[in-house]
Design a protein around this ligand. Structure first.
Ligand SMILES: [Zn+2]
Length: 109
């Protein structure tokens, strides 16, 4: 009986681990913490070299991730991690768009 119990627990544990592994995790460029992809804002550089905010999370291109947090955006910009991750110079327009978006997000909270 004990062996059977251990077996079941082992299987259940494995199932949980597998489920957990299915959630895609990405690293925020600001705080550099790993978080579920859906909790992060995705910024991409398209194959054409245009940097944009990916609303759907499904666009193709080189992606960078940020928490919905002003401090993370600031840190990523100040340390130039965002530009480095996307391998592109960020335009002032994009930075403004990001700041506005994060400002709005923060106000909602
Ligand atoms: Zn963060």
């Amino acid at each position: 009986m004990n062996i059977l119990k251990v077996h079941i627990e082992f299987i259940l544990k494995n199932m949980k681990t597998k489920k957990y592994d299915k959630i895609p995790y990405r690293t925020c460029l600001g705080c550099q913490e790993k978080k579920p992809k859906r909790d992060l804002l995705r910024i991409i550089r398209t194959p054409e070299g245009v940097v944009e905010i990916d609303q759907t999370g499904k666009k193709s291109g080189r992606g960078a991730y940020l928490c919905y947090n002003k401090l993370c955006l600031r840190a990523a910009l100040q340390k130039k991690r965002l530009g480095k991750a996307l391998k592109v110079e960020l335009s002032p327009e994009l930075i403004k768009e990001l700041e506005e978006r994060f400002g709005i997000t923060v106000n909602h909270n």
